[in-house]
Design a protein around this ligand. Structure first.
Ligand code: PEP
Length: 251
């Protein structure tokens, strides 16, 4: 039985005071359930304090990006070594906003995914099609390619410990969401690619999330689907109550 993983992606939002209030409101309420894992994906300046403030809870802390090198002359970048050093456990890789605005490619996504595993961080690898690709019936091929490129060179064990987030670009922050059946179909396809690349065992273990305007009102139906193991949530993860309802849906 795979765990449900609910990750809140705050993107470039919140002040230190807002982060403090958020953690205070959820810390005692996130269920210590074996069935669900709650992850908060915060901006870099808040990560170290968040790790401290969520110690001994079922809340994990993730970065929203990182460089693939350990250290060096990369002004403004943050390395996997640094994230690991402060106790971060997960990192989002290749979010569509990074691909669109910061020139991330399948190749950088692959290098970052490998680096994350190398340093014991769990990568949450984002894939998903544009509206044009969906309308041209290219969704499955595009997502299959992105998954294949992202996982190149990873061991079977590493693949099985990767989280893959299927996020159709047209559904992110737009209020439009894929139907649960459509989301499940693509998630099932992703599991199939993982199986083709590695093994049935790895495919059974890999966690596949859906992301794109997920709300407390829509999460139950999504989680009832056979191949959707959780959600990567932007807007609806910013408010503590809403984030808690999403996590509770996974229990
Ligand atoms: C996201 O940031 O990955 C996301 C899915 O955002 P939203 O839930 O706001 O669509």
């Amino acid at each position: 039985m795979r765990k449900r993983v609910i990750a809140g992606n705050w993107k470039m939002n919140k002040t230190a005071n807002e982060v403090k209030k958020f953690v205070e409101s959820i810390r005692e309420k996130v269920p210590a359930s074996e069935k669900v894992e709650a992850i908060v994906c915060a901006p870099f300046p808040y990560l170290a304090k968040l790790v401290e403030d969520t110690a001994n809870t079922n809340i994990k802390v993730a970065a929203q990006n990182m460089h693939f090198e350990d250290s060096g002359a990369f002004t403004g970048e943050v390395s996997p070594v640094m994230l690991k050093d402060i106790g971060v456990t997960h990192v989002i890789i290749g979010h569509s906003e990074r691909r669109e605005f910061f020139a991330e490619t399948d190749n950088t996504v692959n290098q970052k995914t490998k680096a994350a595993h190398h340093h014991g961080l769990v990568p949450i690898v984002c894939v998903g099609e544009s509206l044009e690709q969906r309308e041209a019936d290219e969704t499955v091929q595009h997502v299959r390619n992105q998954v294949t490129e992202a996982l190149k060179g990873l061991s079977e064990e590493e693949v099985s410990q990767t989280i893959i987030a299927y996020e159709p670009i047209w559904a992110i922050g737009t209020g439009k969401t894929a139907s649960s059946e459509d989301a499940n179909e693509v998630c099932r396809e992703i599991r199939q690619v993982v199986k083709e690349l590695t093994s049935e065992d790895a495919a059974e273990k890999v966690i596949i999330q859906y992301g794109g305007s997920v709300k407390p009102a829509t999460i139950d139906e999504l989680l009832s689907q056979s191949d959707v193991d959780g959600a990567l949530v932007g807007g609806a993860s910013l408010e503590a109550d809403s984030f808690l309802s999403l996590v509770e849906a996974g229990t």
